[in-house]
Design a protein around this ligand. Structure first.
Ligand SMILES: [Ca+2]
Length: 265
């Protein structure tokens, strides 16, 4: 069956059987309707996505100051650790805020600390040293006393007796890095930090673990042109997203002889 379009007054003497005839006017109406429906569908999907992104954070709206925006947050049972921007910026925050879910009063702002000079942009929670207490890990972008370059650094804290206590302030770890993941990669107590580290010839994956009073390098991969994402996938495996011949691909890395190598399986 085929579809033919004719002007209203056009002669239709050569129409074959099984041919559907529609006028230009009908064709126009159908086209506009399809376009309209597509636009409506896109708007609905966009709004749904927006709702999901804000989803977990809606509950704190009442605890936020006027104009304050949540940059990143992590929920752990009845406590939420958040990086917020009181200045209303979306690229990085200026305050670390801890909310607690008080049954009667709902989510309550329990603690806040001025992080204005740190430019924090990400927050995580993990037990890094294996003592069963979770550390607050914040990614910040700043210079430090003995390294004047403004770059991504990690600051690690504990929240003890309603006070923020510095555990490790990230001066030098993984050189210049663009992003990181936290996960249990090495079979010992505590989680590891997996960095996407910049090198002269591209980017590599670097795994660090906590030892005594700081982080030690566990293993590194070879260099790749560009790595966009890393995560721990099962014990001893890292899932990496990287660019290969202009296409993003996924790859599993494992530790072998002190290196991170591609898992052939
Ligand atoms: Ca700990």
């Amino acid at each position: 069956m085929s579809l033919k379009i004719y002007a209203d007054n056009e002669r239709r003497t050569h129409i074959k059987r099984h041919t559907i005839i529609i006028s230009r006017k009908t064709y126009f109406i159908i086209t506009i309707s399809v376009l309209l429906l597509t636009v409506i569908l896109i708007v609905i999907l966009w709004a749904a996505g927006l709702d999901r992104a804000e989803g977990n954070w809606k509950i704190y709206k009442t605890s936020l100051k006027k104009g304050e925006i949540i940059i990143d947050a992590i929920v752990d049972s009845n406590t939420t650790y958040a990086i917020t921007s009181k200045a209303g910026r979306r690229d990085y925050g200026d305050t670390l805020v801890i909310f607690k879910d008080k049954a009667k009063d709902g989510w309550t702002r329990m603690y806040e600390n001025d992080f204005k000079d740190l430019k924090p942009w990400r927050i995580d929670l993990a037990d890094l040293d294996g003592d069963q207490e979770k550390e607050i890990i914040t990614a910040v972008c700043k210079s430090v006393h003995f390294d004047k370059r403004k770059k991504n650094r990690l600051f690690v804290f504990n929240y003890i007796d309603e006070k923020l206590v510095k555990k490790w302030t990230g001066s030098q770890i993984a050189g210049d890095w663009t992003d990181y993941a936290v996960g249990n990669f090495v079979p010992m107590d505590g989680s590891e930090l997996i960095f996407i580290r910049k090198t002269d010839s591209g980017e590599r994956v670097s795994v660090y673990y906590w030892y005594d009073f700081g982080f030690l390098l566990f293993a590194e991969s070879r260099d790749y042109a560009e790595i966009t994402d890393v995560s721990v996938t099962g014990e001893g495996r890292i899932l990496m997203t990287y660019k290969k011949t202009n296409k993003m691909q996924k790859l599993i890395l494992k530790a072998q002889d002190g290196r991170l190598v591609e898992d052939e399986k």
